[in-house]
Design a protein around this ligand. Structure first.
Ligand code: KG4
Ligand code: ZN
Length: 336
């Protein structure tokens, strides 16, 4: 069964074709990063317009690369939530038009479930139940994946997402947007013991995350440094990146550690753009190993937003009978 996936929830216009939920036949991603970098972050209206311009070519290219025609496709899976509303509507409306004119069923996919499903494309043996840690630019969630369709939330961020916290620190350090990958590289060369940033906890919700305090700390730390007349030199930037990354990674791993301490033996699956972070991958790897729990790390190519993950999840949704009418709407926020 061939599923065409379409993803436009933020600043990547993506289309992909996946066979039987596991076989990646094509994946095309057009990133708008360069445009948004000029403004230091994603500008929603620009994102919607860029999706509108790119979507037809990207879908066409995904079909061509898979060597398939639209008539070969069994269902079109599209991200309908959560994300930037104008951006989501672009992909959803295109998918609805495609479904209408070709008679192919429309399958709505939740973006976070898509991120998790990216792992199905590389780990053929991976099946629920498992624990998923989704860390991206817009989301930070610890989830129990009970089956391919039903998820239970264990913990989530109360404020910013992990990726947002990386991007903000990068910005205050004068690094280009999106700063996650650059922070990752700098943290590898800096000294993580230079600054003692606090690892936060959330009162009464031990599995929830909070990154806003950490974000404010780095902003204040850099401003104090500058107000004393100091330069943001390479050593300062790298040491701050290393110390910040250490605290941010610990904020994430303490929750996972608690879950394991409480006796969870389910495999752990990492997902989302921040799952590309080498320090997080290493820390979670060590944690899983110390508890003898199996860990699945997505390849870097499938961490960030893409449509292959939407097609993979779409396959399981479609198989379970989930389809949407052509009146399907998009939602900026939506519980998993
Ligand atoms: O999953 P994604 O592409 O978009 C959302 O669904 O939000 O995640 C993008 C986020 C950005 O904040 C980016 O800075 C971050 O992932 N990111 C990283 C790394 N690579 C991308 N953060 C930390 N380390 C990385 N290596
Ligand atoms: Zn995402």
């Amino acid at each position: 069964m061939y599923i065409l996936g379409i993803e436009t929830s933020c600043d990547e216009t993506a289309a992909a074709v996946v066979g039987d939920g596991r076989e990646l036949l094509s994946s095309v991603v057009a990133s708008q990063t360069d445009i948004h970098a000029l403004y230091g972050g994603v500008v929603p209206e620009i994102a919607s317009r860029a999706h509108t311009e790119a979507i037809y070519g990207i879908v066409k290219s995904a079909l061509e690369k898979a060597d398939l025609l639209i008539s070969d496709i069994d269902a079109v899976a599209v991200t309908y939530a959560p994300g930037l509303i104008g951006a989501l509507l672009t992909g959803l409306s295109f998918a609805k038009g495609l479904s209408y004119m070709s008679g192919i069923p429309l399958v709505p996919v939740h973006h976070i479930k898509g991120h998790v499903a990216a792992n199905y494309l590389v780990y053929r043996e991976l099946e629920p139940p498992f624990i998923a840690l989704v860390v991206s630019g817009g989301h930070t969630s610890l989830l129990k994946v009970k089956d391919f369709l039903s998820y239970e939330s264990i913990g989530m961020t109360r404020d910013d997402a992990a990726g947002e916290a990386f991007d903000k620190a990068a910005r205050v350090l004068g690094l280009p947007y999106p700063g996650g990958a650059v922070m990752d590289r700098l943290a590898s060369v800096g000294n993580k013991n230079t600054v003692r940033f606090t690892v936060s906890s959330v009162d009464g919700a031990e599995f929830d995350f909070s990154f806003s305090g950490l974000k404010t700390s780095v902003i204040n730390y850099v401003h104090n440094h500058k107000s004393r007349g100091n330069e943001l030199d390479q050593t300062f930037i790298a040491d701050t990146a290393a110390s910040y990354t250490d605290a941010l990674v610990k904020t994430i791993t303490t929750r996972l550690n608690l879950l394991l301490e409480r006796g969870s033996v389910l495999p752990i699956v990492l997902a989302g753009g921040v799952a590309a972070n080498s320090h997080l991958r290493k820390a979670v790897g060590e944690l899983a190993e110390s508890y003898g729990v199996k860990l699945y790390l997505p390849p870097l190519s499938l961490c960030g937003d893409n449509a292959a993950m939407i097609a993979a999840q779409g396959y399981y949704e479609f198989k379970a009978g989930v389809t949407a009418p052509l009146s399907q709407n998009a939602f900026a926020t939506k519980n998993i």
